[in-house]
Design a protein around this ligand. Structure first.
Ligand SMILES: *Cc1c(COP(=O)(O)O)cnc(C)c1O
Length: 209
């Protein structure tokens, strides 16, 4: 069982107690909690629960909060027994193991805590700015614990808005799936990028009426 928390594409964080219930109720399954976005949440990781549950694996990545997607590195927390099994099979699945450059970058990127915290805080601040500006335009945004937001404007065709934004070189994501097909998933960029997005949405809304 694999559960992303915070979730994608909603960006919603499922409380620790709820996740713990799922882990506890499924002792026969390995439960993998994918915490790719967890550093953008207030509640944080459940990694410490590996000491309590033998069936829990928590995975994280250098690709998001650590700004090092290019080095292709992730890591897992689990009890020694499960880690031993992962160690045993990992070379069969991934013959390109961690190279020296990656190792050096990861330990330096991982150790530069001040830079890490300042990047995460900057994204959280811009996330609040983006959510606020969208709210002024009538958008309803899921409470985000990630570096993106999931938002909708119920009285507007967000698929058409998505297509319009593309023609203005503003790229957000849209999923043609039931229940979420009037939502947009928007990555938190810089404040300047938010301003461009909001300007183009305003242009669209003016044209659409
Ligand atoms: C980005 C991401 C990952 C990790 O991706 P890598 O770049 O391959 O480390 C895992 N799960 C989710 C939900 C993600 O968004």
């Amino acid at each position: 069982m694999v559960i992303p928390n915070p979730n994608a594409p909603t960006a919603i964080y499922e409380p620790k107690a709820e996740i713990e219930k799922i882990i506890a109720a499924n002792p026969e399954s390995v439960v993998i909690i994918d915490e790719a976005y967890v550093d953008f949440s207030e509640e944080g990781s459940i990694a410490e629960l590996i000491h309590k549950y033998e069936n829990l694996v928590v995975v994280q990545t250098y690709s998001k909060s650590r700004s090092l997607a290019g080095i292709r590195l992730g890591f897992a927390f689990a009890n020694p027994e499960l880690i031993k099994i992962l160690e045993g099979v990992k070379n069969s699945f991934n013959s390109y193991t961690i190279n020296t450059v990656t190792r050096i970058l990861a330990s330096e990127g991982g150790m530069d805590k001040a830079n890490f915290i300042s990047c995460v805080e900057k994204i959280k601040k811009t996330r609040a700015y983006l959510t606020g500006e969208l709210s002024k335009l009538g958008f309803e945004t899921c409470p985000s614990s990630a570096n993106f937001i999931f938002t909708t404007k119920p009285d507007t065709d967000c698929t058409a808005l998505f297509e319009y934004l593309k023609t203005k070189n503003v790229y957000v994501r849209h999923f043609d799936k039931p229940k979420i097909n009037n939502y947009l998933r928007i990555t938190v960029g810089t404040d300047e990028e938010v301003d461009i997005l909001i300007k183009e949405i305003k242009n669209y809304l003016e044209k659409a009426v």
